[in-house]
Design a protein around this ligand. Structure first.
Ligand SMILES: [Zn+2]
Length: 141
């Protein structure tokens, strides 16, 4: 495991950063409400999953599916980039769905992530989305 196990302190630092990133995008009023009510919990997820979102509740893998986390970008490690994953899961809170990593490699909603890789909301092309649609129930990664 190249990264570290996730802590509540890591989450408490990453969540407001991820919310701030999404607040730079053209959110509808209901999306702004959804974002404000989002919560993140550390959980033991099924194998291979970094995060799951149900409604406004985000669940992050304790050990990043065995890779470990890189919990901040000041001291990056070889694990899964926490901010990337929190931004991605908040995209689901906003009603966005996953896109194919092969065709949208820089998109925050790309459906897979490699250890050490970063994506940001600001690099995402929002014309890809029907932005006010709410997505399905539980979406992985
Ligand atoms: Zn996803």
């Amino acid at each position: 495991m190249d990264g570290v196990a996730l802590t509540d302190a890591n989450v408490a630092r990453a969540l407001p950063q991820a919310i701030a990133a999404w607040e730079q995008t053209p959110l509808g009023a209901s999306q702004a409400d959804a974002l404000a009510g989002a919560s993140v919990q550390i959980a033991d997820l099924p194998s291979g999953l970094l995060g799951i979102t149900e409604g406004q509740s985000v669940y992050l893998s304790r050990d990043a599916a065995g890779f470990g986390w890189s919990p901040d970008r000041v001291t990056p490690g070889g694990g899964m980039d926490l901010l990337t994953v929190v931004e991605h899961e908040l995209g689901h809170v906003l009603g966005l769905v996953d896109v194919n990593t092969a065709t949208h490699p820089a998109d925050i909603m790309a459906d897979s992530l490699s250890a050490g890789q970063r994506r940001d909301v600001s690099d995402t092309i929002f014309s890809n989305y029907a932005f006010n649609r709410r997505g399905g129930s539980a979406l992985a990664v």
